[in-house]
Design a protein around this ligand. Structure first.
Ligand code: FMN
Length: 314
C-alpha cells in the first residue's frame, strides 16, 4: 500500500509504532518494527544523553530501514537530546509538546523528515504554517497525553484531514488492522499504535505492566489530571486516589502534589502497577496477546488487507 506517508518516509506499510517513554526507549522494539516494514519510533524523552547516543548506534546496527525519534520539546533535557539527534542525522523526528520553529531549519538541512504531534485543529494549522512535513493527530482514546479537549480520534482526525494539506498520521484507539483501515478511510496517510506495542516482548516495561494491558477492558482507562495536561492510564489505586481527591474538592496544590507523587517510571520499570502512572489507551481493551513486534506488524498488515476486502465486497 502506498500513501503520502509511506512515500515520504520510505516505509513499506502505513503503520507506525508510537513513541512511548520507557516502552519504546530501547533499540529492540524500534528495529523490530522498522525491519518488518513499519516505522519504529524511539521514545527519547526519559533517556540519559549517553544512553540515547548508544541506542541510536544500536538502532543503526540493527536496521538499515527508516526509524523515528521522539523528543518532547518542552522536556528538561530537550536541547541536549536534539543536538545528539542532529549529530546522528536521524531520518525522522516525531516532535511533541512544543512548537517546531526553533529546530525545524537545521533538521531540514540534513534531510530529516519532521512529523509534529498535535491534538487540536488549531495546533495542526500552526504546525502546518511552521513548515513541518506531516502531522501526527492524537485523539482522546490515546494513551499518554490525549487532547485536553477530549475530542475523539474519529472526529479530530477527520477535522484535521479536512483542514490541512499535509499528510496526517492518525493516532489513538487502534489495536488491529481494522482500526488501521478505519483511520485510513478517514483520510489519514498512516496510523500510529502505542498501547498495542506495549504487549510485545520487545517493549521495555515490566511484565506486570504488559499483563495489566492484557487484562484491561475497553472501560479500563481513565483520565487523570483534567484541567491541566491530563494523562490516560489504566485505572489503579493511584487513579482512584486522585479521583477521590477531586471529588472531595481538593485544592489545585493538593491535586498537583498527588499527581507528582506517582510516575510512569514507577509503573514501567519497578512494575508498581498499583501506584505508578500506568499509561495506556482505551485500545488496551482490544489487546489479546503478547506477540513479537515484527509478527505484530505482519498481522496488522494481514488484518488491514482483510478489512479492505470486506469493505470492497459489501
Ligand atoms: C506508556 C505510554 C508512553 C507514552 N510516551 C510518550 C512519549 O514519550 N512521547 C509522546 O510524544 N507520546 C507518548 N505517548 C503517546 C503515544 O505516542 C501515542 O500517541 C498513543 O499511544 C496512541 O494511542 P494508543 O495508545 O491508543 O495507540 C505514550 C503513550 C503510552 C501508552
Amino acid at each position: 500500500m502506498k500513501t503520502r506517508i509511506t512515500e515520504m518516509l520510505g516505509i513499506e506499510h502505513p503503520i507506525i509504532q508510537a513513541a512511548m517513554s520507557w516502552a519504546s526507549s530501547n533499540a529492540a522494539l524500534v528495529t523490530a518494527v522498522s525491519n518488518a516494514g513499519g516505522m519504529g519510533v524511539l521514545g527519547a524523552g526519559p533517556m540519559r544523553p549517553d544512553d540515547f547516543r548508544n541506542c541510536l548506534r544500536d538502532i543503526r546496527a540493527g536496521t538499515a530501514k527508516p526509524f523515528g525519534v521522539n523528543i518532547p520539546l518542552n522536556g528538561a533535557r530537550a536541547r541536549e537530546l536534539l543536538d545528539i539527534a542532529f549529530e546522528a542525522r536521524i531520518p525522522v523526528m516525531v516532535a511533541s509538546q512544543g512548537g517546531p520553529r526553533g529546530e525545524l531549519a537545521r533538521f531540514r538541512s540534513i534531510g530529516t523528515r519532521w512529523l509534529h504531534v498535535v491534538a487540536s485543529p488549531e495546533h495542526a494549522l500552526k504546525a502546518e504554517a511552521a513548515g513541518v512535513d506531516a502531522l501526527v493527530v492524537d485523539g482522546a482514546e490515546a494513551g499518554g497525553h490525549p487532547p485536553p479537549s477530549e475530542v475523539t480520534t474519529l472526529v479530530l482526525v477527520r477535522r484535521v484531514v479536512k483542514s490541512v494539506r499535509l499528510p496526517v498520521v492518525a493516532s489513538g484507539g487502534v489495536a488491529d488492522g481494522a482500526g488501521v483501515a478505519a483511520l485510513l478511510a478517514l483520510g489519514a496517510d498512516a496510523v500510529q499504535l502505542g498501547t498495542r506495542f506495549i504487549a510485545t516482548p520487545e517493549a521495555g516495561v515490566h511484565p506486570a505492566y504488559k499483563q495489566a494491558v492484557l487484562e484491561a477492558g475497553v472501560d479500563g482507562t481513565t483520565l487523570v489530571g483534567r484541567g491541566g495536561l491530563p494523562i490516560r492510564q489504566l485505572k489503579n489505586a493511584f487513579s482512584a486516589r486522585y479521583e477521590a481527591a477531586e471529588r472531595a474538592g481538593a485544592s489545585t496544590e493538593e491535586l498537583d502534589a498527588l499527581f507528582k507523587a506517582s510516575s510512569l517510571k514507577q509503573a514501567a520499570l519497578d512494575g508498581d502497577v498499583a501506584w505508578g502512572k500506568l499509561e495506556a489507551g482505551q485500545s488496551a481493551g482490544l489487546v489479546e496477546d503478547i506477540l513479537p513486534a515484527g509478527e505484530l506488524v505482519k498481522r496488522l498488515v494481514a488484518e488491514l488487507d482483510e478489512a479492505r476486502q470486506r469493505l470492497a465486497s459489501l
